[in-house]
Design a protein around this ligand. Structure first.
Ligand SMILES: Nc1nc2c(ncn2[C@@H]2O[C@H](COP(=O)(O)OP(=O)(O)OP(=O)(O)O)[C@@H](O)[C@H]2O)c(=O)[nH]1
Ligand SMILES: [Mg+2]
Length: 224
């Protein structure tokens, strides 16, 4: 609980048995519900998550967006916090993010990885790709966004029905932010966090996912 509000943490996972253990053991006591959405992992993700007290929700269809939509339908918290299962986002910063969420009077607070605090945690290729995607998102949606691809957000559960969330893939991350930004009833804010190197194997395919996400921004802006 935080200021009388129940807190749900949602973590999408695809083969993250090492990372998820690191994330779960650091979650603060203020978290009321922890949902790990497993996307057909073949390692011990489910076993580790259950053993550490998380609620495991299985989503058979692959995809980052798919995992989130399934996770949201199981959330009971008034406030939802999301992060990756690879221990790249700062679990220790949860109470700081909740304080900021409250003080900034946000409905959707996105944790920006930029400016990067530790240059070793992201390659130049990824940094440039992220910069291009955030610049295009900012121009298309007339709103400055530092990190359109961040996977760590704090949001009020009651805003979810106000958003049209269609992407099943990695573009879900930018889609949810653009839906928040273009809805006048939703207050979108960003805050800088400290990002670190992921634990476990990479799943992102930078060229493929980057191009898909770029195309998705145009589709979202002009056709949806
Ligand atoms: N790629 C991918 N990730 C998924 C899927 N389902 C859940 N995930 C999880 O979504 C989170 C984000 O994916 P990552 O592969 O870390 O993507 P990223 O953070 O952009 O890339 P990295 O720099 O490699 O960490 C991780 O916790 C994944 O395990 C899926 O179907 N595909
Ligand atoms: Mg990651």
């Amino acid at each position: 609980m935080y200021r009388d509000q129940r807190i749900t943490v949602i973590i999408p996972c695809l083969d993250e048995e090492q990372g998820i253990a690191e994330v779960l053991k650091r979650l603060p006591a203020l978290v009321d519900q922890v949902i790990v959405v497993d996307n057909g992992s073949t390692d011990g993700t489910q076993r580790v998550a259950r053993a550490m007290g998380a609620e495991v929700v299985v989503e058979d269809v692959r995809g980052y967006g798919r995992a989130y939509k399934r996770g949201f339908s199981h959330a009971i918290g008034d406030i939802i916090i999301t992060l990756d299962g690879d221990h790249s986002y700062p679990v220790d910063a949860l109470s700081y993010l909740l304080e900021a969420f409250h003080h900034l009077e946000a409905d959707f607070l996105s944790a920006s990885r930029f400016p990067i605090q530790n240059p070793q945690c992201m390659s130049w290729k990824h940094r440039i790709g992220n910069l291009v995607l955030s610049a295009v998102a900012s121009l298309l949606f007339f709103h400055w966004v530092r990190d359109s691809q961040s996977g760590m957000w704090v949001l009020s559960r009651h805003i979810l029905p106000k958003m049209k969330l269609e992407s099943d893939g990695m573009a879900f991350s930018e889609e949810i932010k653009m839906e928040a930004i273009r809805n006048p009833e939703i207050r979108f804010r960003e805050i800088i966090i400290n990002y670190s190197t992921r634990v476990g194997e990479k799943k992102l395919q930078p060229w493929r996912d980057g191009m898909r996400n770029l195309l998705f921004l145009f589709k979202k802006r002009f056709f949806r």
